[in-house]
Design a protein around this ligand. Structure first.
Ligand code: SF4
Ligand code: SF4
Length: 365
């Protein structure tokens, strides 16, 4: 069977070696899923690669890893396949090159460009309000009218949802569009919420050396739950505004700010930990060619969390205007880059876990 890229061809070779060996079958979901197949399509390999959580355990346990001539490095090859799969399934097709260009410079540059755009909007719309809006009871809306904010972010949000849905649909079709039951989605949600397969089969994740720890999982949890708390805060504020007739700003002890503060703390601690883990990750487990996408994604999350928290702490000072522009610039960059960066890994991994839950149920009814 021929494959459409060098990484997929290498993944196919490794899966054939591993299928003969099967030493790692207790480490994670990848090896039991692999054992159900004798031949692998591109869709199967993309499914297996997205099932891999890159814990590094199978590399450390492998008797065929370099310098052995079999040169088995499943985590690195799967990381490459996974990164290529994000671009392969991206919608629209014209946006696929964005994955290779995604990086720290583009992330920070886009945040500053959007922040500049919003500052320009404020200067045109409310001249003089930039450093005095904190004295206004409407605060945020003295800088940017509510309708303008909703229109700008609503359009970016809708684009993000459509693009990610189209990409996930293509991924699912390539995986054979398996008939998954509601319970399988529930199992997948439980596995994803606990990052079950980032534990290296029990002892933890291998990152900078041969000593496994649970730190990478901890940074992921801070980031993931920080993001969910921020999402809950924004959704609740929308509910307050439209259904309860209570527009922002809210006192810090009401629920939307409390959720936002907790989420902002998570989005600072988690991304800093993840950046540190990436910087110290051993060379053999890095993803050649896609480092920019990984760093860029984490940097945007960190900017969203830090600017949101700064806005909450310093929103009563003349810094309100510049901080609001920076935060909105970071959120807009985040929305627009979501379908074209590392963010999609959450969706593809969840779908891979759902297919695995179904396969497991059929194998062990
Ligand atoms: S990674 Fe190595 S030890 Fe593990 S199943 Fe594959 S060949 Fe065997
Ligand atoms: S999850 Fe860990 S053990 Fe499983 S394939 Fe990936 S790196 Fe190897």
């Amino acid at each position: 069977m021929t494959h459409s890229s060098h990484a997929l061809t290498e993944a196919n070779r490794l899966m054939n070696v591993c299928n003969s060996c099967r030493y790692c079958e207790g480490l994670c979901a990848v090896f039991p899923a692999m054992e159900t197949k004798r031949a692998f399509t591109d869709g199967d390999l993309n499914h297996l690669a997205n099932l891999c959580h890159n814990c590094g355990a199978c590399y450390h346990d492998c008797q065929f890893s370099p310098p052995h001539e079999f040169n088995v490095n499943v985590p690195q090859t799967f990381a490459q396949v996974r990164a290529e799969s994000y671009a392969h399934y991206a919608w629209p097709a014209a946006a696929r090159p964005l994955f290779a260009r995604h990086g720290m410079a583009l992330a920070v540059g886009s945040v500053l460009a959007f922040a500049g755009f919003i500052l320009g909007f404020i200067a045109l719309n409310q001249p003089g309000a930039l450093f005095t809006a904190h004295l206004d009871s409407g605060r945020f809306y003295a800088l940017m009218p509510h309708n303008a904010m909703v229109t700008l972010f609503g359009l970016a949000f809708v684009w993000m949802v459509v693009a990610i849905t189209m990409g996930a649909r293509a991924f699912w079709r390539d995986a054979g569009a398996p008939a998954v039951a509601l319970g399988d989605y529930g199992h997948a949600a439980d596995d994803a919420a606990r990052l079950r397969y980032l534990d290296g089969g029990g002892p933890g994740c291998y990152n900078q050396d041969d000593a496994p720890t649970d730190r990478r999982r901890l940074w992921h949890h801070f980031t993931f739950y920080g993001f969910l708390l921020c999402l809950a805060s924004t959704s609740l504020a929308t509910f307050y505004h439209y259904l309860l007739g209570l527009p922002a700003p809210y006192s810090w002890w009401s629920l939307p700010p409390l959720l936002g503060i907790a989420g902002g703390v998570g989005l600072i601690i988690g991304p800093i930990g993840l950046l540190w883990a990436k910087l110290t990750r051993q060379e053999d487990l890095r993803t050649p060619g896609f480092q920019g996408m990984e760093y860029g994604f984490v940097a945007i999350l960190l900017l969203v969390g830090a600017s949101g928290l700064a806005l909450r702490l310093l929103g009563g000072t003349p810094l309100l205007g510049p901080l609001l522009a920076l935060h909105l610039g970071a959120v807009l960059t985040f929305f627009l880059s979501m379908p074209y960066g590392k963010f999609v890994h959450g969706f593809y991994r969840y779908l891979a876990l759902a297919r695995y839950a179904r396969d497991r149920r059929e194998m062990h009814p």
